[in-house]
Design a protein around this ligand. Structure first.
Ligand code: HGY
Ligand code: MN
Ligand code: MN
Length: 411
């Protein structure tokens, strides 16, 4: 009997949780529930092979595109649900994985109930080992495959080389035209819901991002015999740049603007050598494109001034970016209805400070997202976790939305 509009698809929380823990076993770090499952790693590919089996067992057609985006396809037109199953170098067990397995459970339960048609996706390299949400960026046309192939990870491995490991799994391209929209369940990865004691966040919009590499080149030298005033020390340049930037951002940023220098490589990275080269990641995020652009100008001016003042050269890598995006009102409304049913008085509308594949997918179709709390607001760390009762609540809201958005139901 097909689910009626408004009532939820009848999901099986036990089966959902069992699959979620099974996915965690691929790349388990052995520290807490953490995982190490970077894009195209063996653990990532094993997890995708397992997902393909689960998709087929759920009556979906498994498909993998050239980037390694892994789909479970319902027949005909369907609503797409999912997220990503690759992780950060030190990842949590739920970041991305929750959305993929919750989508699988809703799709499976819907299939068992005779509808609605739900397809599932696990995008590749959402965590940006190579870029910024690379798999969905290529699928959505935000960048082409050749551009993606030219991206390299911090170790200098080109994406073209990394994805060759998955070549045997590729079945062909998946046409976005078969999907009526995309809904992504994700952990909040921040403190809001955890602090408020609420269970569900219905996302209003996703911030924009800019991400680039900056290199200062000075003079490698002896750490004992080189007087401080004669040094052209690349680390000192990064330090001076960071101090100046924090000061110059003061009148431009808001309390929700963020910027991060998360990866720094010093060359030759030795205790007794003045570093001649420093290459670092510069990333900033905000809900306003204008502000992101203004921050870019300040970053470039400040880097140039530091290089001039300290007698170093300056080089930029490619800048990658995504604009802020608002969620689709109709899909968001279905999530709000579900939240009100599942967690009355325990849900809110909120922006996403984290980036998600939904940003890219919004170029192709209506998208919406919902959050469940992250304990202590921690994510991108092995300690990332969420109470099981909240995981199941998120699944049930997704199931409500699937029924509410069902195009074919008569009522
Ligand atoms: O960085 C992000 O916002 C996402 O978790 N990759
Ligand atoms: Mn994620
Ligand atoms: Mn992440």
């Amino acid at each position: 009997m097909q689910s009626e509009k408004g009532d939820a698809v009848k999901v099986d929380p036990k089966r959902f949780l069992a699959d979620l823990h099974q996915l965690r076993s691929f790349g388990a770090s052995g520290i807490g529930k953490g995982v190490v499952r970077p894009a195209y790693s063996q653990a990532d590919m094993d997890a995708r092979a397992w997902l393909m089996e689960r998709f087929e067992a759920a009556g979906l057609r498994a498909a993998v595109d050239a980037m390694g985006n892994t789909f479970g396809l319902a027949e005909g037109e369907s609503l797409l649900m999912g997220s990503h199953s690759d992780s950060q170098p030190e990842g949590g067990w739920l970041d991305g994985a929750l959305g993929v397995i919750a989508a699988l459970e809703v799709a499976r339960a819907a299939k068992e109930a005779g509808g609605p048609a739900i397809s599932v996706v696990s995008f590749q390299d959402e965590e940006g080992r190579f870029g910024v949400t690379t798999g969905s960026a290529v699928w959505s046309g935000q960048m082409n495959l050749a551009q993606a192939d030219g991206l390299t990870d911090h170790a200098g491995v080109p994406l073209a080389q990394a994805r060759r490991a998955m070549a045997g799994m590729v079945t062909g391209e998946v046409d976005p035209g078969r999907f009526s929209g995309f809904v992504e369940l994700h952990i909040e990865q921040g403190p809001t819901l955890d602090r408020s004691g609420e269970q569900i966040g219905v996302v209003t919009d996703i911030v924009g991002i800019r991400d680039m590499k900056i290199t200062f080149e000075g003079q490698q030298n002896h750490a004992g015999t080189t007087p401080m005033h004669l040094r052209r020390d690349a680390f000192q340049a990064v330090s001076a740049f960071n101090t100046a930037l924090n000061d110059r951002f003061r009148n431009v940023v808001t309390p929700t603007t963020v910027w991060t220098i998360g990866h720094v490589t010093l060359h030759p990275n030795a205790s007794s050598i003045v570093p001649g080269r420093a290459r670092f990641s510069m990333q900033w995020r905000d809900g306003d494109s204008e502000r992101l652009d203004r921050m870019e100008g300040i970053i470039r001016e400040t880097a140039l001034q530091v290089a001039d003042d300290m007698g170093l050269t300056l080089d930029y890598g490619p800048m990658l970016g995504l604009e802020p995006v608002a969620m689709d009102p109709r899909l968001r409304g279905a999530l709000e209805q579900g939240a009100a049913r599942v967690a009355p008085g325990l849900w809110r509308n909120m922006p996403s400070g984290a980036l998600h594949d939904a940003t890219n997918v919004s170029r192709l179709m209506p998208v919406a997202m919902l959050f469940v709390p992250s304990i202590n607001g921690i994510s991108h760390a092995f300690e990332e976790d969420t109470d099981e009762v909240d995981l199941v609540a998120g699944l049930e809201v997704l199931a409500h939305a699937a029924a509410a958005l069902d195009q074919t139901s008569t009522r």
